[in-house]
Design a binder for this molecule. Structure first.
Ligand code: SF4
Length: 343
């Protein structure tokens, strides 16, 4: 985070003792374009926020907190691991994964009486919300049936209920909602290693989803090892795709079954069949129609959300010379470091 404003310094003085230059910055622009409560965030509003001095940000955070929690109240919640260890997923850092010997033994889902006892104790201690976590990668329908019983029982005590259960099918999420689940924690992992501004993008996306009643918990992940240990391993994570010159290029690399860059492990029989046929279709018009048909299930049923299309901005200089530019990817087919020279 930078503490400086983006405008130029108006005065500069030397500290005689340490020879340390002191820069005095003019006051930053009034953040008039800030998003008002309940309004969306414009690019300008986000930029105004980023440009604010740090102490101003602190003051605003405190003011927002006091506006919503004037008495300094906090919500008391209790978290119980209702199914610990033995998880078939390997998130790389989690001691509950069966991939590591961490001393955490795999346990069965707790019995309802035991969970209700813990929930009652939490309520007696002042909690108003009770969260249940289970070390599952993708629970089976029979697991969801048992979880639904737990949720109904805890709800019956007058507590709000939330849960973190791994990857769910839509019908499983619906069953949990019918059982009385107040909120479901959906984690979205992001690190700026995915693309510049990925964490801010995830936060803004979660903010939009919140208005639609969808609760997304943004998890800021480490940049180091993001593509190796987190991408395609976390249930939902930020990624970046460059523009590709043909639809075949993106559909084959990102959506064909078994492709190594298939972000969402998309595997759809009909899609796979049409893609194979399209690749051998010689009639260009027919092929274009097939590529259109392929994109419909990806849009309607796929596991990828595309929150934005970023502009590519290029500048040219007569001082940089090159031969005929490749037209497959940006920057001369990404070979500019090999093919360009100063002249
Ligand atoms: S899915 Fe959850 S419990 Fe399983 S390894 Fe990942 S973080 Fe741990």
């Amino acid at each position: 985070m930078t503490l400086a404003t983006t405008t130029a310094p108006t005065a500069c003085a030397q500290d005689a003792g340490a020879n340390q230059p002191l820069h005095f910055h003019p006051r930053g622009p009034a953040p008039s374009a800030m998003a008002a409560e309940g309004q969306g965030w414009s690019v300008q509003a986000v930029q105004d926020l980023l440009d604010l001095p740090f102490m101003e940000l602190l003051w605003r955070a405190q003011a927002a907190h006091r506006a919503h929690w004037p008495e300094g109240d906090v919500e008391l919640a209790t978290l119980l691991s209702v199914k610990t260890g033995g998880c078939p997923e390997n998130c790389g850092y989690c001691p509950q994964s069966a991939a590591f010997d961490t001393g955490v033994k795999g346990q069965k889902l707790m019995e309802a009486e035991e969970v209700v006892r813990a929930a009652q104790a939490a309520k007696d201690a002042g909690a108003t919300r009770f969260c249940m976590g289970a070390a599952w990668r993708s629970p089976k329908d029979r697991d969801i049936e048992k979880m639904s019983e737990l949720i109904s029982a805890v709800k019956g005590l007058g507590l709000q209920t939330c849960a973190t259960l791994g990857m769910l099918q839509p019908h499983q999420a619906q069953a949990l909602k019918q059982a009385g689940l107040t909120s479901l924690a959906v984690d979205l992992s992001a690190a700026n290693a995915a693309f510049t501004g990925a964490v801010d993008t995830a936060i803004l996306y979660a903010e939009q989803a919140r208005k639609a009643g969808i609760s997304i918990n943004v998890v800021q992940e480490p940049n180091d090892g993001y593509w190796t240990h987190l991408w395609q391993k976390k249930s939902w994570c930020a990624a970046y795709w460059f523009g590709t010159p043909t639809p075949d290029d993106i559909l084959t690399q990102a959506y064909s079954a078994g492709a190594s860059w298939n972000d969402s492990a998309w595997n759809n029989d009909k899609f796979n069949k049409i893609l194979a046929e399209a690749r051998s279709e010689l009639d260009a018009g027919k092929r274009a129609g097939m590529y259109r048909e392929l994109q419909l299930p990806v849009r309607d049923e796929g596991g990828v959300v595309i929150p934005l299309f970023a502009n590519d901005v290029f500048a040219t200089s007569a001082k940089v010379r090159h031969g005929r530019l490749a037209d497959n990817y940006e920057c001369d087919g990404r070979m500019f470091f090999d093919r360009w020279w100063f002249g």
